[in-house]
Design a protein around this ligand. Structure first.
Ligand code: ADP
Ligand code: MG
Length: 247
């Protein structure tokens, strides 16, 4: 076995034993204030759909940033797709992130580019051949219901449409995990449901999906695993859970 094959085998073993996402007693402190995460242990299996809920300031975005390796833990270990993120070298980070799709509340699109360009850009970064890009982009835009809008500038789109572009961009490189940090925070109820339904479809095709949200109605209706956080601690973790009241 080559060294590369050996490392892959080791990653597969970690995923099998501990999940595709695994936090072992993780704390994260910023320079000021009390810890944003305080001894979090958490395991998510490949193919799961998980909601993360909790008040503002409870550590949800910090958790997402640790998974993306935008931040490193102050103590404890974070494993994503079998990689111990503390051991990941800087030059390995871009390749690691190719397997993660990310969506944010504020869409983060290139505003002066059209829909097609915003999605194609994500493929150019990973050096996908042009012929494949021209095939892949229309296909993913059709999946998110934007087949007819590929020429529109993103700043001319509604919020719901912008979030679909962001979703298409997050998915175009076929990530194993999709992370969404309050993806419906700026959307009306109808568009919120449409985005959540798309996330569920993506999950049904095999992608592990982690969604941070405040949308009580959607969480209660969808009956997925719900992890509730409070002041940097996981206060409940339930299969087919509901939104936990804070008071
Ligand atoms: P949530 O996403 O649940 O609202 P965050 O993870 O953003 O929570 O924040 C958790 C805690 O960490 C909060 O008390 C917040 O003020 C603090 N925090 C977040 N980011 C920073 C930062 N860059 N520097 C200092 N404190 C931060
Ligand atoms: Mg947040």
């Amino acid at each position: 076995m080559t060294r590369k094959e050996l490392l892959r085998k080791k990653r597969e073993q970690i995923i099998e034993e501990n999940g595709i996402i695994y936090l072992d007693n993780v704390s994260k402190s910023y320079s000021t204030g009390s810890p944003a995460l305080n001894g979090v242990t958490l395991s998510i299996q490949p193919g799961e759909f998980v909601f993360i809920v909790g008040d503002g300031g409870s550590g949800k975005s910090t958790l997402i940033k640790l998974l993306l390796r935008e931040l490193t833990a102050t103590s404890g270990s974070v494993y994503v797709m079998g990689n111990d993120l503390a051991k990941l070298k800087h030059r390995q980070i871009p390749k690691f992130r190719r397997n993660l799709g990310v969506v944010f509340q504020d869409f983060r699109l290139l505003k002066d580019r059209n829909v097609y360009e915003n999605v194609a850009f994500a493929q150019r970064i990973v050096e996908t051949p042009g012929s494949e890009i021209r095939r892949n982009v229309p296909a993913i835009l059709a999946t998110v219901g934007l087949a007819g809008k590929y020429k529109a500038k993103t700043k001319q789109l509604s919020g719901g449409e912008q979030q679909r572009v962001a979703l298409a961009r997050a998915l175009i490189n076929k990530p194993s995990i999709l992370l969404a940090d309050e993806p419906t925070g700026n959307l009306d109820p109808k568009n919120s449901w449409e985005i959540m339904n798309l996330l569920e479809e993506i999950n049904e095709k095999g992608t592990t999906v982690l969604v941070v949200t405040h949308n009580r109605e959607i969480v209660n209706a969808m009956q997925k695993r719900v992890i509730a956080m409070k002041k940097g601690i996981i206060v409940s973790d339930e299969e087919e859970g509901g939104y936990i009241d804070e008071d």
